[in-house]
Design a protein around this ligand. Structure first.
Ligand code: SDX
Length: 432
């Protein structure tokens, strides 16, 4: 919990009164005014659209240091975890608070295998879904329907390992099935013989008519890319999972809401938007100068996708790692993607431009991930699904932390009302 003993007190002077506000401080030196008693004390709220200056909870899961460009999962730097762990180990770390022992890792993997298939009736659901549906639509619909197929999730005492591994494993299967459906190919079932990421790549790219061998280099890259997305403080989709969970909604309903929030182009949908932006530059002759000029032009709604971040005011540490993974994948598959060259030119020019430097706009996690996924063979509309697959253990851990937090209440922000004080009713035949 935060350190309230060494906290100071701030004073608010309003209406001739002085209101004392405790200052809380966390383990990273971040401070927050405790305003929980503000309305009762002073009949005044705080105004903060987008919650950029608002702490919504206390959390021990991840820490994002925007000034230093550092990301920790339960205290471990993300660089260390991507180098030495699998995604399943990191999922266990986020959900349980410690890296697993051999026995714990084996049980977790066995549960992931046991829950890897989806109910046959769900496949009927798949068959009826429109061919051209965006995979994020399929993912959100399937995840919320899990609570109908596996109602035990409503039982408060369901073992978190069961609920978590069921969701972690089935989301991976649903993601692969949604891809196979979109290309009209038969689905490939999961296999107990393969690890989490190897299974996913096999379900995505194997087919009945062509031998496919899972490449260990791509399996490692998949593990690393999913680890890099696993949690990131109270971002838009995680805050959505918490908001929905705070009403008492079950884990699947809360995660479904998180998937929908992640779909937005300003959040997880940005990795798809980056590729569309780079492809547009390539189509129009490859000049990055126009893209940069448009991003700076306030009359133009276009932004430099994959650039900027609410928290990072220096390089997003994940972007540097993804850039390295990009190169490893392309070397392995022998791909030459002109979009990588365009991306690197765009990055160099933007970083040298005062507009971006003054606003501390740097590449974020989404800037290079799309290029890495393309090199692995994923279609563009699957990129945000991959983000959701990576973020899932973070959402589960955050939802669980919310349920256990004694300070948490149902989320219900206030508003400043700007509508009419009174409207006089007129029956329809008297209205102009
Ligand atoms: C993710 O929160 C998280 O942790 C998210 C995430 C996670 O792991 O969960 O890290 C994942 O969502 C990464 C972000 C992906 N989105 C994009 O790449 C979309 C492009 N980026 C921007 O839309 C923007 O930077 C945001 C949405 C990411 C952050 O927006 P903020 O914090 O609300 O910043 P802002 O809109 O207040 O911008 C401040 C200034 C403005 O200019 P001025 O009004 O000061 O003149 O910077 C400008 C903005 O116009 N600006 C940009 C820009 N981002 C900000 N200008 C051009 N291109 C950009 N990308």
């Amino acid at each position: 919990m935060t350190n309230e003993t060494k906290s100071q007190t701030a004073e608010l002077r309003l209406d001739g009164r002085t209101i004392a506000l405790p200052v809380l401080e966390d383990n990273a030196g971040c401070r927050a005014l405790d305003i929980r008693g503000l309305w009762k004390e002073a009949q005044v709220y705080t105004y903060d659209p987008g919650f950029g200056c608002t702490v919504s909870c206390q959390s021990a899961i991840s820490h994002v240091d925007g000034e230093k460009g550092r990301l920790l999962y339960r205290g471990y730097p993300v660089e260390v975890l991507t180098e030495h762990c699998t995604f399943v180990e990191v999922a266990y770390l986020l959900i349980h608070g410690a890296l697993p022992t051999h026995a714990q890792a084996e049980r977790f993997s066995a549960l992931l295998n046991r829950h890897s298939m989806i109910h046959e009736d769900m496949r009927t659901f798949f068959r009826r879904y429109p061919e051209r549906a965006h995979p994020m639509a399929v993912l959100s619909a399937m995840v919320v329907s899990l609570s109908s197929f596996y109602p035990e999730v409503e039982q408060a005492d369901e073992d978190i390992d069961i609920a978590a591994t069921r969701l972690l494993s089935k989301l991976r299967t649903i993601a692969a099935f949604s891809y196979k459906k979109s290309i009209g190919e038969p689905i490939i079932q999961p296999s107990y013989k393969l690890s989490y990421c190897a299974n996913f790549l096999n379900m995505m790219f194997n087919s009945p008519v062509e031998d496919y061998t899972v490449d260990p280099v791509l399996v490692r890259a998949m593990n690393q890319l999913l680890i890099l997305h696993a949690d990131h403080g109270q971002n838009c989709s995680t805050s959505t999972v918490r908001m929905v969970g705070s009403s008492g909604a079950n884990l699947y309903a809360s995660v479904c809401a998180g998937i929908c929030a992640l779909w937005g182009p300003l959040h997880g949908g940005a990795n798809q938007e980056v590729i569309e932006m780079l492809s547009g530059i390539q189509r129009e002759g490859g000049s990055v100068d126009q893209a940069i000029a448009q991003a700076k032009d306030k009359t133009n709604p276009r932004r430099l996708m994959g650039f900027g971040h609410r928290i990072y005011k220096t390089f997003d540490p994940r972007a540097a790692i993804v850039k390295k993974i990009c190169r490893e994948i392309m070397t392995r598959v022998g791909a030459k993607d002109p979009l990588l060259d365009i991306a690197m030119e765009l990055e160099a020019k933007a970083l040298a431009d005062p507009y971006f430097a003054e606003r501390k706009l740097y590449p974020n996690v989404d800037f290079y991930t799309g290029i890495a996924y393309r090199a692995m063979g994923f279609p563009t509309d699957m990129f945000t699904v991959l983000f959701a697959l990576g973020r899932l253990p973070g959402w589960i851990a955050q939802w669980q932390e919310l349920k256990r937090d004694p300070h948490q209440r149902i989320g219900r922000p206030q508003q400043l009302y700007t509508g009419p004080a009174h409207s006089t009713f007129r029956p329809i035949d008297q209205r102009a």
